[in-house]
Design a protein around this ligand. Structure first.
Ligand code: NAD
Ligand code: ZN
Length: 345
């Protein structure tokens, strides 16, 4: 994983060094390609990219089939790399095409959103949605190479940028108090996309994710800590049918609720809970939850639990920078969701 402002200019050489330059295919989406195509100058395959439609709605088997068609039309064989240049959607879809076409092509992830740089491009999970639900089909297909160039984040909307930043805060809470403090101290510079501040923050997150995944590729243990804020966050996304929140925004609320449970258990000091609350408040306004019912969210959490064969591994903050995993009761979840302002009935 390479992280650096301007790192994309190294890509032609890195691909050549890794023997990945021959007949590479670039997959991207129009908004990214319009803004950043020039950054892939000199990269094999960049003259004729495969562009997939933008957004979560394109994360389908039909889009994957379109990529297979393009690969077949180009007579791509197993030695050719697939380069995914875009946000998490492009990474997941192109990654799944790479995992499955001819039983696997080498994959290069070139993430262009905060979320993709710190999370989805690293770790090897790729896949698509089915009409029945999100990420129901997929594979573990670790990338041969990941290049994160924070310079591309300059063109992200404030909302997309902020949304990814909640995951950055998550890394601070689960693994690094210094990272948490660094984000809190430099919020304005981060939002201004000041590369001197942004680059080390992105790099710190990539290091945490790569370390966790390196110890636990298939999510048996340490990888679960990455789900801090996600039990309630996923429930909020589900009960609003994925329309109200960007993923990170739901995680922002989910972290506040998880911090409450952690504080009630005496694991997280009240001052540290207040620090997290202050940081999330300083980042900007989250879409509302005051009209959402605790009972509906509990239903969604139970449904998730069934899908994962009956165990709810709830991630608790054990101070800022460490986690503990435990079962939690419905009463604790209820109190936590009440504390973020959700309705009881
Ligand atoms: N594989 C994993 O481990 C993993 C982890 C977390 C999330 N995900 C998946 O990631 C997806 C979400 O990713 P996302 O948040 O990056 O969304 P996204 O890929 O939809 O990108 C968000 C928007 O930003 C635009 N965009 C991307 N880069 C840009 C840039 N540099 N400048 C301007 N606009 C740009 C995109 O075109 C899109 O409209 C979800 O499908 C989620 O399931 C996967
Ligand atoms: Zn997440």
């Amino acid at each position: 994983v390479f992280v650096g402002a301007g790192a994309l200019s190294l890509l032609p050489r890195l691909l050549a060094d890794m023997d990945l330059a021959d007949a590479a295919t670039v997959v991207s989406c129009p908004p990214v390609w319009q803004r950043h195509a020039r950054r892939l100058r000199g990269v094999p395959g960049a003259r004729s990219p495969v562009l997939i439609p933008d957004g979560e709605r394109a994360k389908t088997l039909a889009t994957v089939a379109g990529i297979y068609d393009a690969l077949l039309a180009r007579r791509t064989d197993r030695s050719a790399a697939l380069l995914a240049f875009g946000g998490g959607v492009v990474g997941d879809v192109a990654g799944f095409a790479a995992a499955s076409y001819l039983r696997g092509l080498p994959l290069v992830q070139i993430p262009t959103t905060v979320l993709a740089q710190v999370d989805s491009a690293i770790g090897g999970k790729v896949g698509v949605n089915l009409p029945q639900g999100k990420n129901l089909v997929g594979a573990f297909h670790p990338p041969a190479l990941v290049i994160c160039d924070p310079a591309v984040l300059a063109t992200l909307s404030t909302r997309e940028f902020r949304s990814g930043l909640y995951e950055v805060v998550k890394y601070g809470v689960i693994a690094s108090r210094p990272l948490f403090d660094q984000v809190a101290r430099n919020l304005a510079a981060l939002f201004a996309r000041d590369l001197a501040v942004l680059t080390p923050v992105i790099a710190a997150c990539c290091a945490i994710k790569a370390d966790v995944v390196g110890r636990d590729e298939r999510e048996a243990g340490p990888r679960r800590a990455l789900n801090f804020g996600h039990t309630i966050g996923h429930a909020l996304e589900a009960i609003t049918r994925y329309r109200r929140f960007r993923h990170g925004e739901a995680i922002g609320w989910g972290m506040l609720a998880a911090a409450r449970v952690s504080a009630m258990r005496g694991l997280l000091r009240i001052e540290d809970e207040a620090r997290l609350q202050a940081l999330i408040a300083a980042m900007g306004r989250l879409p509302p939850v005051s009209d959402l019912r605790v009972g509906d969210a509990l239903g969604a959490i139970r449904h998730d639990k069934k899908v994962s064969r009956g165990r709810l591994h709830f991630v608790l903050a054990n101070g800022i920078g460490r986690t503990t995993i435990d079962e939690v009761s419905g009463r604790e979840l209820t109190a936590a969701m009440r504390s973020i302002g959700m309705r009881l009935t």
